[in-house]
Ligand binder design. Structure first.
Ligand code: AMP
Length: 417
C-alpha cells in the first residue's frame, strides 16, 4: 500500500471517492459542510501536484435514476468556493468518459450521485429481501455491477478512497473498484488515513490504562462493541440510559427510567464477562432523576437502585461524575461513544460535560490519546465546544462503530490488499 504523500500526481487523472453526503434543506442549501471540508486536503494535494481530479460520492437514498431530489449538482457552487476554482459536473456518472478525457491538470470534475444506479450498492430497488423476485433482481444487479465498477475505475490512473463514512459498505466505489488498481495506484486519502490511525490506537496500538466510556440510550445497540471492548480495555464505564437495564438486572427499582426488560440476562452476562477478563466495569452509583422528560422538570439525586415511582433517570449524579473523571484523567487511552445523560436538555448535560472536560484534561495534561465517535457523542463534544481539545473526533458514525466492534471494513481492506 502506498502513502498519498509518496505520490506526485502531476498530469495524472485521479478518481477520488469522497463523502459528500451532506445535509441539504428544502431549497437545496447545504446546512453542514463538515464532510466537504474534511475532503479538501486530499483534493488539494492532487490539484497542487497539477493532477486532474474526478470526484465521486453518494448523496441520500435515491430510489431511481435520475432522482433530482438527490442530485449532487446543488453542492457544486459551494465546492467551487471551497476550492477557489471552477468545478465541472457530469450529470450521469456512467457517461462521463468524454469529460474525464478532456480534463486538464488542475481541473476538477464531480460525478452525479453514484446511487442513482442500483449497481453502486449492488442490491435491487423497489423490492425487499424476502419478496418474490428479489433473488433474481439481485442477481441481475450483481451481473451489471462489474461493468459499472469498471467504468468508474476507467476514469482514473489512481484511486484514492477518502470516504471513511462509507468504509463499512462493500459498494462499487468504496471497495470493488480497488481491484482495478495495483498496490502502487490505490491509497487512502488524508481523512481516511487519520481515521484508520485513530482506530488502530484504540484497537491494537494501545497505551494503558485504556478507559472506554459507553453511553447512549440502549445496551442492545452496543452489545458487539461492549463485547469487543471487554477484550481490550482496563476500565469500562457504562452510563446513560443503559445504566437502568443493568441496575434492574441487579435487582434495582428503576422507576420510569429507560430499561430494556428483555436484556437483563445480557446485562448480567456482561458483568460476569468483565469479571472474568479482569476489566473494571463501572456503573453510576448516583443519578439525577426527573419527574418528566423535559428540561425544566423537577429533579433530585438518588441511588439508581432505588428510583422513586414516577421518576426517571436522565443524567449521572455529581459523585459518579467525579469518580469517572478521576479514572479518565489517569488514562493514557480514552474512547468515548454515547452521552451519559440526555445532553440535548441543558439541565441534564452536566454529566456528559464533566466527562468531556476530564477527557480534555487527560489529553492535554496526561498525554492520553482520546477518540470520540459514533453519532451522538460527536454532537455532544461539539455542543461543549471541546472538539479541538481531544485527540480525534471521528467523522464516521456507523463505520467507526463497526471498526470498534472489531470488524474489518471493506473500504479499508480493499486498499490494503
Ligand atoms: P445512542 O444513539 O444509543 O448513542 O443514544 C444517544 C441518546 O441517548 C441521546 O439522544 C441521549 O439523549 C440519550 N440518553 C442518554 N442518557 C439517557 C437516559 N438516561 N435516558 C434516556 N435517554 C438517554
Amino acid at each position: 500500500m502506498v502513502n498519498i504523500d509518496q505520490v506526485n500526481f502531476q498530469n495524472k487523472r485521479v478518481v477520488i471517492r469522497v463523502d459528500f453526503n451532506v445535509p441539504l434543506d428544502d431549497n437545496f442549501n447545504i446546512t453542514d459542510d463538515t464532510r466537504m471540508r474534511a475532503a479538501l486536503p486530499t483534493i488539494n494535494k492532487v490539484l497542487n501536484d497539477n493532477g486532474m481530479v474526478v470526484l465521486m460520492s453518494h448523496l441520500g437514498r435515491p430510489k431511481k435514476n435520475p432522482d433530482p431530489k438527490f442530485s449532487i449538482k446543488p453542492i457544486i457552487k459551494h465546492l467551487e468556493e471551497l476550492l477557489g476554482r471552477p468545478v465541472q459536473f457530469a450529470d450521469d456518472c456512467m457517461k462521463a468518459a468524454d469529460q474525464v478525457n478532456t480534463l486538464k491538470p488542475g481541473e476538477v470534475l464531480v460525478l452525479e450521485n453514484l446511487r442513482f444506479y442500483a449497481e453502486e450498492e449492488g442490491k435491487p430497488r423497489g423490492i425487499e429481501k424476502g419478496e418474490e423476485g428479489y433473488d433474481e433482481a439481485k442477481k441481475a444487479v450483481k451481473a451489471s455491477q462489474k461493468e459499472f465498477t469498471k467504468t468508474l475505475a476507467s476514469y482514473g490512473e489512481y484511486y484514492i478512497n477518502d470516504a471513511f463514512g462509507t468504509a463499512h459498505r462493500a459498494h462499487a466505489s468504496t471497495a470493488l473498484i480497488a481491484d482495478y488498481f495495483d498496490a502502487d495506484h490505490k491509497m487512502f486519502g488524508y481523512l481516511m488515513g487519520k481515521e484508520v490511525a485513530a482506530v488502530n490506537k484504540v484497537m491494537t496500538d494501545i497505551q494503558r490504562p485504556f478507559t472506554a466510556i459507553m453511553g447512549g440510550s440502549k445496551v442492545s445497540t452496543k452489545i458487539e462493541i461492549i463485547e469487543n471492548l471487554l477484550t481490550k480495555v482496563d476500565n469500562l464505564i457504562l452510563c446513560g440510559g443503559m445504566t437502568y437495564t443493568f441496575k434492574r438486572a441487579l435487582g434495582g427499582k428503576t422507576g420510569n427510567s429507560i430499561c430494556e426488560e428483555d436484556k437483563l440476562d445480557l446485562a448480567l452476562d456482561i458483568i460476569e464477562k468483565a469479571k472474568q477478563k479482569g476489566v473494571n466495569l463501572y456503573l453510576s452509583f448516583d443519578v439525577v432523576v426527573a419527574d418528566r422528560f423535559a428540561n425544566d422538570a423537577n429533579t433530585q439525586v438518588v441511588d439508581p437502585m432505588n428510583v422513586p415511582d414516577g421518576w426517571e433517570g436522565l443524567d449521572c449524579g455529581p459523585e459518579s461524575r467525579k469518580f469517572y473523571a478521576d479514572i479518565i484523567k489517569k488514562s493514557k487511552t480514552v474512547l468515548w461513544n454515547g452521552p451519559c445523560g440526555v445532553f440535548e436538555f441543558d439541565n441534564f448535560a452536566h454529566g456528559s460535560r464533566a466527562l468531556a472536560e476530564a477527557i480534555v484534561e487527560a489529553t492535554e495534561q496526561n498525554g492520553a490519546f482520546s477518540l470520540i465517535g459514533g453519532g451522538d457523542s460527536v454532537a455532544c463534544i461539539n455542543k461543549f465546544g471541546l472538539a479541538d481539545r481531544v485527540s480525534y473526533v471521528s467523522t464516521g458514525g456507523g463505520a467507526l462503530l463497526e471498526a470498534i466492534e472489531g470488524k474489518e471494513l471493506p473500504g479499508i481492506a480493499a486498499i490494503k490488499k
